[in-house]
Design a protein around this ligand. Structure first.
Ligand code: HEC
Length: 158
Protein backbone atom coordinates (compact mmCIF):
# COMPACT_ATOMS: atom_id res chain seq x y z
CA UNK A 1 0.00 0.00 0.00
CA UNK A 2 2.72 2.40 0.98
CA UNK A 3 4.56 1.73 -2.26
CA UNK A 4 1.40 2.46 -4.21
CA UNK A 5 1.05 5.87 -2.54
CA UNK A 6 4.65 6.68 -3.28
CA UNK A 7 4.11 5.64 -6.88
CA UNK A 8 1.05 7.89 -7.18
CA UNK A 9 2.93 10.85 -5.74
CA UNK A 10 5.82 10.25 -8.11
CA UNK A 11 3.49 10.06 -11.11
CA UNK A 12 1.72 13.26 -10.06
CA UNK A 13 5.02 15.10 -9.71
CA UNK A 14 6.10 13.77 -13.08
CA UNK A 15 2.91 14.97 -14.76
CA UNK A 16 3.23 18.41 -13.19
CA UNK A 17 6.81 18.49 -14.38
CA UNK A 18 5.70 17.78 -17.92
CA UNK A 19 3.21 20.62 -17.80
CA UNK A 20 5.84 22.96 -16.44
CA UNK A 21 8.30 22.07 -19.19
CA UNK A 22 5.62 22.37 -21.84
CA UNK A 23 4.50 25.73 -20.55
CA UNK A 24 8.04 26.93 -20.31
CA UNK A 25 8.96 25.91 -23.84
CA UNK A 26 5.79 27.47 -25.27
CA UNK A 27 6.28 30.79 -23.56
CA UNK A 28 9.95 30.62 -24.35
CA UNK A 29 9.33 30.21 -28.05
CA UNK A 30 6.81 33.07 -28.05
CA UNK A 31 9.17 35.43 -26.31
CA UNK A 32 12.20 34.29 -28.22
CA UNK A 33 11.05 35.99 -31.44
CA UNK A 34 13.54 38.78 -31.92
CA UNK A 35 14.18 41.43 -34.55
CA UNK A 36 17.45 39.74 -35.49
CA UNK A 37 15.58 36.62 -36.70
CA UNK A 38 14.18 38.58 -39.65
CA UNK A 39 15.60 40.89 -42.28
CA UNK A 40 12.85 43.45 -41.83
CA UNK A 41 9.93 44.31 -39.59
CA UNK A 42 7.61 43.50 -42.51
CA UNK A 43 9.03 40.01 -42.81
CA UNK A 44 8.62 39.51 -39.08
CA UNK A 45 4.97 40.56 -39.22
CA UNK A 46 4.32 38.28 -42.21
CA UNK A 47 5.68 35.22 -40.40
CA UNK A 48 4.82 35.90 -36.77
CA UNK A 49 2.20 38.68 -36.50
CA UNK A 50 4.43 40.44 -34.01
CA UNK A 51 6.18 43.77 -34.55
CA UNK A 52 9.68 45.00 -33.75
CA UNK A 53 7.99 48.00 -32.15
CA UNK A 54 6.34 45.73 -29.59
CA UNK A 55 2.93 47.20 -30.49
CA UNK A 56 0.30 44.46 -30.44
CA UNK A 57 -1.06 43.05 -33.70
CA UNK A 58 -4.56 41.71 -33.32
CA UNK A 59 -6.54 39.55 -35.73
CA UNK A 60 -10.24 38.80 -35.62
CA UNK A 61 -12.13 36.14 -37.52
CA UNK A 62 -15.76 36.89 -36.77
CA UNK A 63 -16.08 36.96 -33.00
CA UNK A 64 -12.76 35.19 -32.45
CA UNK A 65 -9.95 37.59 -31.57
CA UNK A 66 -6.30 36.67 -31.35
CA UNK A 67 -3.25 38.53 -30.21
CA UNK A 68 -0.20 38.59 -32.41
CA UNK A 69 1.85 35.48 -32.76
CA UNK A 70 -1.14 33.12 -32.73
CA UNK A 71 -1.70 33.25 -36.47
CA UNK A 72 0.30 34.78 -39.29
CA UNK A 73 -0.11 35.62 -42.96
CA UNK A 74 2.34 32.84 -43.80
CA UNK A 75 0.16 30.26 -42.04
CA UNK A 76 -2.58 30.70 -44.66
CA UNK A 77 -0.96 32.40 -47.65
CA UNK A 78 2.25 30.34 -47.47
CA UNK A 79 5.84 31.42 -46.97
CA UNK A 80 5.94 32.47 -50.63
CA UNK A 81 2.62 34.39 -50.59
CA UNK A 82 1.19 32.30 -53.41
CA UNK A 83 -1.71 31.13 -51.28
CA UNK A 84 -3.61 27.98 -52.17
CA UNK A 85 -5.78 25.57 -50.33
CA UNK A 86 -5.58 25.69 -46.55
CA UNK A 87 -7.26 23.86 -43.73
CA UNK A 88 -8.50 25.06 -40.39
CA UNK A 89 -10.26 22.67 -38.08
CA UNK A 90 -12.95 20.97 -40.25
CA UNK A 91 -12.81 23.62 -42.89
CA UNK A 92 -10.95 23.95 -46.18
CA UNK A 93 -10.52 27.34 -47.78
CA UNK A 94 -8.67 28.99 -50.63
CA UNK A 95 -6.21 31.66 -49.59
CA UNK A 96 -5.45 34.20 -52.32
CA UNK A 97 -2.12 34.81 -54.00
CA UNK A 98 -1.03 37.97 -52.16
CA UNK A 99 2.26 38.68 -53.86
CA UNK A 100 2.21 42.38 -54.63
CA UNK A 101 2.59 41.80 -58.38
CA UNK A 102 -0.46 39.52 -58.37
CA UNK A 103 -2.62 41.83 -56.28
CA UNK A 104 -1.82 44.87 -58.40
CA UNK A 105 -2.31 43.14 -61.76
CA UNK A 106 -5.97 42.26 -61.17
CA UNK A 107 -5.81 38.50 -61.63
CA UNK A 108 -9.17 36.74 -62.10
CA UNK A 109 -10.75 39.86 -63.56
CA UNK A 110 -10.77 41.69 -60.23
CA UNK A 111 -10.05 45.39 -60.06
CA UNK A 112 -6.29 45.79 -59.51
CA UNK A 113 -5.28 46.63 -55.95
CA UNK A 114 -3.39 49.81 -55.07
CA UNK A 115 -1.24 50.18 -51.96
CA UNK A 116 -4.15 51.82 -50.14
CA UNK A 117 -6.55 49.06 -51.17
CA UNK A 118 -4.17 46.36 -49.97
CA UNK A 119 -3.99 48.04 -46.56
CA UNK A 120 -7.78 48.32 -46.55
CA UNK A 121 -8.08 44.59 -47.30
CA UNK A 122 -5.84 43.81 -44.33
CA UNK A 123 -7.40 46.20 -41.83
CA UNK A 124 -11.04 46.29 -42.97
CA UNK A 125 -11.50 42.96 -44.73
CA UNK A 126 -12.70 44.43 -48.04
CA UNK A 127 -11.46 43.35 -51.47
CA UNK A 128 -10.35 45.75 -54.22
CA UNK A 129 -13.98 46.23 -55.28
CA UNK A 130 -15.20 46.88 -51.74
CA UNK A 131 -16.78 43.45 -51.27
CA UNK A 132 -16.33 41.69 -47.95
CA UNK A 133 -13.51 39.14 -47.94
CA UNK A 134 -14.57 35.74 -46.76
CA UNK A 135 -13.39 34.13 -43.57
CA UNK A 136 -11.06 32.85 -42.42
CA UNK A 137 -9.26 35.97 -43.74
CA UNK A 138 -8.98 37.90 -40.46
CA UNK A 139 -9.47 41.62 -39.99
CA UNK A 140 -6.22 42.98 -38.60
CA UNK A 141 -5.41 45.80 -36.22
CA UNK A 142 -1.86 47.08 -36.49
CA UNK A 143 -0.14 50.46 -36.49
CA UNK A 144 0.24 52.47 -39.72
CA UNK A 145 3.97 51.91 -39.57
CA UNK A 146 3.47 48.15 -39.33
CA UNK A 147 1.00 48.22 -42.24
CA UNK A 148 3.56 50.02 -44.38
CA UNK A 149 6.37 47.63 -43.39
CA UNK A 150 4.15 44.64 -44.19
CA UNK A 151 3.24 46.13 -47.57
CA UNK A 152 6.93 46.64 -48.36
CA UNK A 153 7.47 42.97 -47.53
CA UNK A 154 4.65 41.83 -49.87
CA UNK A 155 6.50 43.71 -52.63
CA UNK A 156 9.53 41.44 -52.13
CA UNK A 157 7.57 38.20 -52.63
CA UNK A 158 8.24 36.98 -56.14
C1 HEC B 1 -6.63 32.10 -41.36
C2 HEC B 1 -6.15 32.29 -42.71
C3 HEC B 1 -5.66 33.63 -43.16
C4 HEC B 1 -4.73 34.43 -42.53
C5 HEC B 1 -4.05 34.21 -41.19
C6 HEC B 1 -4.52 35.55 -43.41
N1 HEC B 1 -5.30 35.45 -44.52
FE1 HEC B 1 -5.44 36.77 -46.04
N2 HEC B 1 -6.90 35.68 -46.89
C7 HEC B 1 -7.34 34.44 -46.45
C8 HEC B 1 -8.39 33.96 -47.35
C9 HEC B 1 -9.14 32.63 -47.21
C10 HEC B 1 -8.57 34.95 -48.33
C11 HEC B 1 -9.57 34.93 -49.49
C12 HEC B 1 -10.85 35.57 -49.02
C13 HEC B 1 -11.87 35.69 -50.15
O1 HEC B 1 -11.65 35.12 -51.21
O2 HEC B 1 -12.88 36.39 -49.96
C14 HEC B 1 -7.62 36.02 -48.00
C15 HEC B 1 -7.51 37.19 -48.72
C16 HEC B 1 -6.52 38.16 -48.53
C17 HEC B 1 -6.36 39.35 -49.34
C18 HEC B 1 -7.25 39.77 -50.50
C19 HEC B 1 -6.86 39.15 -51.80
C20 HEC B 1 -7.99 39.00 -52.77
O3 HEC B 1 -8.23 37.88 -53.23
O4 HEC B 1 -8.68 40.00 -53.08
C21 HEC B 1 -5.25 40.00 -48.86
C22 HEC B 1 -4.64 41.29 -49.40
C23 HEC B 1 -4.75 39.23 -47.74
N3 HEC B 1 -5.55 38.13 -47.57
C24 HEC B 1 -3.64 39.56 -47.00
C25 HEC B 1 -3.30 38.94 -45.80
C26 HEC B 1 -2.23 39.39 -44.94
C27 HEC B 1 -1.27 40.52 -45.27
C28 HEC B 1 -2.24 38.58 -43.84
C29 HEC B 1 -1.38 38.70 -42.59
C30 HEC B 1 -1.38 39.99 -41.92
C31 HEC B 1 -3.31 37.60 -44.04
N4 HEC B 1 -3.92 37.85 -45.23
C32 HEC B 1 -3.62 36.58 -43.15
C33 HEC B 1 -6.89 33.76 -45.34
C34 HEC B 1 -6.01 34.27 -44.41
Amino acid sequence: MKNLKIAIVLIAVGVMGLFAVNFYSQSYSRFAISSSDFQSNGERIYFTATSNSGKPIISSIGAMTMRGGMMSCAACHGADGKGGQGRMMMWTFNASDIRYSSLTSGIEGEKPYTDELIKRAITEGLDSEGKRLEPPMPVWQMSDEDQNDLLEYLKTLK
